[in-house]
Design a protein around this ligand. Sequence first.
Ligand SMILES: [Zn+2]
Length: 296
Amino acid sequence: MLVALGLILALATPDWRQAYAMIGLGGCYVVVLVAGSLMPRLDFYLRAARRGSASRPWVALTFDDGPDPTTTPLLLELLRRERISAAFFFVGEAARRYPDLVACAAADGHLIGNHSDRHGYGWTVSPAERLFAEFEVANRTLADILGQPPRFARMPAGISRPHLADVLQRLQLCNVAWDVRGLEGFYRHPERIAARVARRARNGSIILLHELYYGTLCLKPRQALTTAQLTIDRLRARGFHFVRLDRLLEQADPAVLSSERNPPLDSGVLLIENGTDKVMNYRGAATATPRAGRAA
Ligand SMILES: [Zn+2]
């Protein structure tokens, strides 16, 4: 639309300002497209689930970029000990290398999601069929291991593009982003990461942590494990309960529901907002002025 407007301006006023107007409008157009691609919060090309119902003090823990033969077993053991069912968004080619880890995570009651086949970014500018293949091949890999295709997908780095909504619809995948993420590569220290997540979490938050940064060595297995442990401890200290992602989004998957570890919650007891440790009785909170939203 901005390009069309620039063309109209150029034709209407044939002088040097035409060029500046077109360049400016073209630049704005590119900025909008890039922002729409890189910021899932904008829902520019497709909608993404970021948060479940805020009526309960619950959050869902999710891990990206596995499976990994060193990190995944550590996390599975931690989650077993803590009795938490999480969601793992696995990369297709890694799942083909370590199918036992995928099967083990599913057997433990965790939700398995599609995190693209190669975790590259070529699909962001490729033809539609290449885009489709990136998610269809990963879907097929996970279906071969689990006996059924995943129902949820998360885009690498949350990137989106035109036609992605059609692809996910064809594959019957629900797109999931996050409400709070650890940004482990930036904050580095598990204490700082866990503090950031706990501070920003609120009722219904989808929490994004990484098993590793796929294709890089910038997140070590012990660092990922300590980060997960501290994050769990701090979120529990604030009064949050953990539920599996599909339950948080009220799209429970009957195929794996029976193995979920998360205990049932009593009806709304606490209302916890981000950025504060103030915990209110839910009935009292229902009449309180709601806090303003926040960008994660
Ligand atoms: Zn990723």
